[in-house]
Design a protein around this ligand. Sequence first.
Ligand SMILES: Nc1ncnc2c1ncn2[C@@H]1O[C@H](COP(=O)(O)OP(=O)(O)O)[C@@H](O)[C@H]1O
Ligand SMILES: [Mg+2]
Length: 267
Amino acid sequence: MFTENTEQTVGKFKVDNAKMTADNVDVFYGDKQAIFDVSLDLGQNEVLSMIGPSGCGKSTFLRCLNRMNDTIEICKMTGDIKLEGLDIYKGGLNPVQLRARVGMVFQKPNPFPKSIYDNVAYGPRIHGLVNRRSELDEIVQTALEKASLWNEVKDRLDQPATGMSGGQQQRLCIARAIAVSPEVILMDEPCSALDPIATAKIEELIAELSQNYSIAIVTHSMQQAARVSNRTAYFHLGKLIEVGKTQDIFTSPRHKLTEDYITGRFG
Ligand SMILES: Nc1ncnc2c1ncn2[C@@H]1O[C@H](COP(=O)(O)OP(=O)(O)O)[C@@H](O)[C@H]1O
Ligand SMILES: [Mg+2]
């Protein structure tokens, strides 16, 4: 068994069919380092879960993947992150273009104070993806269908999104992310504000979406990671300790720190 003294990430952090690659990523908030030399790929059509104790850097790393940390003044990143081989920081994509390809769903559902329709139509409108109302109607419907929400909202598309239940709001945020046809969806604890039934719906949805998208999900729940993901990455104090097939991570971890965490001795 590997121990604390092991410098390298244990397990296969590179994949053959990578959608995104991260190499030697360090992240600092001012002088404080939050991520230490993390290399990790996200495969095509895979669901990768990121787990680990609170404060270990899961959200920080996830936010690097669509330059969400750019909005935090003191946050600095070094290393290379690529989307289909294109460097997302130095490759000429601006953050808005990047975020259309790498969408994000947050912990707390954050619909805009607009109608259900306008929430989903927002991205296609700002990216100028459509000319005619009928095309926009179709995109909105398709995105709501993919987010398993269409049947619940089709008769009240003009009503405020804030009047929906929490679970519906989160599926709406997923629809909003999907509406611009992203390739990757990042989710940061998307179910932590939801009840078990709404959580189960989101988990089903993740399984469906993984047929067409690459998904990276941060979760507090090991059960959730076990249910939804193909591969699991375990973070500890800003380091990526171990990566592997989800089943292997939960049944036969190779690093002592991973074992301590999944058996409940830590975190
Ligand atoms: N905006 C920020 N400013 C300063 N420090 C931050 C900020 N966000 C996160 N951190 C620090 O970075 C470390 C990793 O945090 P985070 O990525 O949120 O961890 P996790 O998502 O695993 O709980 C923590 O020590 C946290 O205090
Ligand atoms: Mg977090």
